[in-house]
Design a protein around this ligand. Sequence first.
Ligand code: ATP
Length: 354
Amino acid sequence: MSQNGKYPRCQQRGSSPADGAAYDDQIVSSATESAAAVTARVPAKVNLQLAVGPARPDGYHPLVTVFHAVSLFDEVTVWQAERTSITVTGENAAAVPADKTNLAWRAAAAIAAAAGRKARAAAVRIEIRKRIPVAAGLAGGSADAAAALVACNELWQAGLSAAELRQIGGDLGSDVPFALLGGTAVGRGRGEELTRALASGTYHWALAFAPAGLSTAEVYATCDRLRAARSQSGPVPPADGSRAEPAPALSHELMSALRSGDPAAVGQFLSNDLQPAALSLQPALRRTLAAGREYGALGAIVSGSGPTCAFLAKSSAHAREIAVALTGAGVCRAVARASGPVPGAALVRQDSAS
Ligand code: ATP
């Protein structure tokens, strides 16, 4: 957030500490007049830790997670329009709803309501250019919601602060506030209660995308089933017959490794409580993880609810080697290299009406 509490209009050229090159095409906006079109760019996330507690009565699982934004970006452009519409292009666009259920559409509606815009004044044409795979555990839908919030805030000169956008984002989805914030951060509650992590260094990743996505709800349900089965078969059941999962706790080893900026230490402490469920739903991911380890990954983990596998490399060149090796081994649909941490949703372009 800027000093005056308003959302930063644009990142300065090359302002990313982690991946300056990825930000070279960002522009500094004069932004004194309202624009006809505004574009925001937003990163994917991986979870360096995902600790999942037992389901609460409302069905949500309390989480402690360490989010990490990586340089794999979707772009969202919004235009003034007579009526709201949405188009999606790019990576697996056909799997993304092009209607009012799209999270970017819902984000535009939410910000229009917050800004008191009604009827035609709240209409917007939305175009999403996807590079973040869908249903991949990389929070692509949440990312698009975050980008739409930032872009509509600018298009309509709504003047909402970063904190207000995060509040609206949290109502849309638990990963949206982090997509706005970016960097490396600890998430609690449903993941929406964020604290920036003290992390140094740049981390290089190879990401392996699977042929099919995973439903987050199904992964959580499978996690619950596996835990229930384990508690039935455990050696000494407690007297009341239950074997409650412990409350999720932050890994202090991981936090200390992040402070040290040592990728080898970070790689050692990556963890994901949803990984057994993702592996049980897509057993082929075991081979993917094993192949990345074989090629010297410092850490190998399923990202979030999966099925994307994230491999922490020693360097950018090593990330490329792992990506090439994974492709050669035929253990995934596609690969990408990314580095992190990178900033959250940011304006990259605006076009004036004239
Ligand atoms: P989650 O954030 O729930 O962990 P994910 O990161 O694994 O999910 P997403 O790419 O966010 O997966 O997609 C989850 C579902 O959200 C998709 O199957 C799709 O139906 C829906 N969805 C709604 N809006 C979008 C969007 N803009 N981009 C991608 N998916 C969207």
